[in-house]
Design a protein around this ligand. Structure first.
Ligand code: SF4
Ligand code: ZN
Length: 420
């Protein structure tokens, strides 16, 4: 293992070599997020005179308040950046760096992004003097190092009081929503260029996201605009333009130019994949997907589950099990990782019948996407689709779900068999 230690002003070793580290339960001192508490990250642009470079503020308890035993805390990481070349378009790109930048610290594990972030700190890291302000220090130092060409100032605020984190999360969700909606009126047919994202190859070596206007990155953090902006900032970086080329299958979403790229970028492991199907050659899935969809053969439909839902699902696997099995970067027919927002994009699994195939979702995800689900239901000629999608209050096994679907007359009941 090559250890390149980058100079970051924290009491821990720091470098890419520590990225894949796991923190096991026995070594754990404190955990933020991960389904038990809320953890949220947001990067926003500020005016040059609004912020102070290098200022790091912790509002609420720090690690020393946890005593010797450690425990759990909610956390909000709010980064404000300013610079003459900074643009609001660059916010999501900077935000998505938080994941690997925090992971580079020895003894610190980071998973996820946005409002589903998850951090574990090991006991040795805390014994060496790591404190909450060091999250801010890492981001300040590394943002300057990696993005010095676009920013001049970085200020970080860390929240750990539950009510502050809640309030911050609301603000962050509004920002994510407006970013997601920028692609709302764009279509895949309307552009000739898609973008790759290979940021996750350090964890999932054969994984390649190709991001089109109607197929956002499965982590939810990268849409077509974000990839375009990322390419502008760093033309040799992980987001490369792909001429989609000849369309080989408009229904499944398959293009020659995309396949050529994926084949090369996965070093031959994946030669072709479809944008709009989970049954036939689905896209590859990595561990940071927001949701995983799975076929429910008995129900003639599909279900999807998001990371925050820790219960059982009708496919027989919890989210964590699904992510463990499917999240290594392979294409797994019958399953596919996708972002939350993708569920309400028009091309969502249209190769398999589209959103009308959706028969089960966790209640909290349904509620989060309610507005979009109702709108899409109307567009697709089933205005009460929302009410016909089962959730865990209906049941968590296929037989109970099927009974409900038949009772309410779910559209999937009259569709072609999902398994050919
Ligand atoms: Fe990029 Fe895909 Fe990883 Fe998101 S999940 S960071 S879009 S490779
Ligand atoms: Zn990933």
């Amino acid at each position: 293992l090559k250890t390149v230690i980058t100079k970051v002003d924290i009491p821990l070793s720091y470098g890419a070599a520590f990225e894949g580290e796991r923190i096991r339960k026995d070594d754990l001192f404190v955990e933020f997020g991960g389904g038990k508490t809320q953890m949220t990250e947001l990067v926003e642009m500020a005016e040059m005179d609004e912020i102070e470079d290098g200022k790091i503020t912790v509002i609420g308890k720090d690690l020393t308040d946890l005593g010797d035993k450690g425990g759990r805390m909610p956390m909000g990481i709010y980064v404000k950046v300013a610079g003459r070349k900074m643009q609001a378009d660059f916010e999501p790109i900077l935000e998505r760096q938080i994941h690997h930048l925090i992971n580079y610290a020895q003894g610190v594990m980071h998973i996820g992004q946005r409002d589903i972030s998850w951090v574990r700190l090991g006991k040795p890291a805390v014994e060496k003097g790591f404190a909450l302000k060091h999250f801010g220090q890492i981001l300040h130092d590394m943002f300057h190092k990696d993005f010095g060409s676009i920013l001049d100032k970085v200020e970080v605020t860390i929240y750990t009081e539950e009510k502050d984190v809640e309030e911050f999360t609301k603000k962050a969700r509004a920002a994510y929503k407006s970013r997601d909606e920028r692609v709302e009126n764009m279509t895949d047919e309307g552009v000739e260029t898609y973008y790759s994202c290979t940021l996750c190859q350090s964890f999932a070596p054969t994984h390649v996201c190709v991001v089109s206007p109607e197929r956002t990155g499965l982590c939810g953090a990268y849409n077509w605009f974000d990839c375009k902006a990322s390419y502008e900032i760093n033309p040799t970086g992980p987001n490369q333009p792909i001429e989609k080329g000849e369309c080989l299958d408009p229904v499944m979403g398959n293009w020659k130019g995309v396949n050529d790229f994926v084949s090369k970028a996965s070093r031959g492991a994946v030669e072709s994949y479809n944008f709009y199907s989970l049954i036939n050659e689905p896209m590859t899935t990595c561990g940071c997907c927001e949701c995983i969809a799975a076929v429910l053969p008995t129900c003639n439909g599909v279900m999807t589950v998001h990371r925050d839902y820790t219960g059982e699902t009708p496919c027989g696997m919890k989210f964590t099990t699904l992510a463990g099995v499917m999240g290594g970067g392979q294409s797994s027919p019958g399953f596919v990782g996708h972002s939350k927002y993708n569920v309400i994009q028009r091309k969502y699994i249209v190769g398999d019948g589209g959103l009308l195939r959706m028969v089960w979702m966790p209640k909290s995800l349904k509620e989060e996407l309610a507005e979009g689900l109702k709108r899409r239901g109307e567009e697709m000629g089933v205005p009460d689709l929302f009410d016909k999608i089962a959730d865990e209050t209906v049941g968590i096994d296929e037989a109970t779900v099927l009974e409900f679907l038949q009772k309410v007359g779910h559209p999937a009941m009259n569709m072609d068999p999902i398994t050919g």
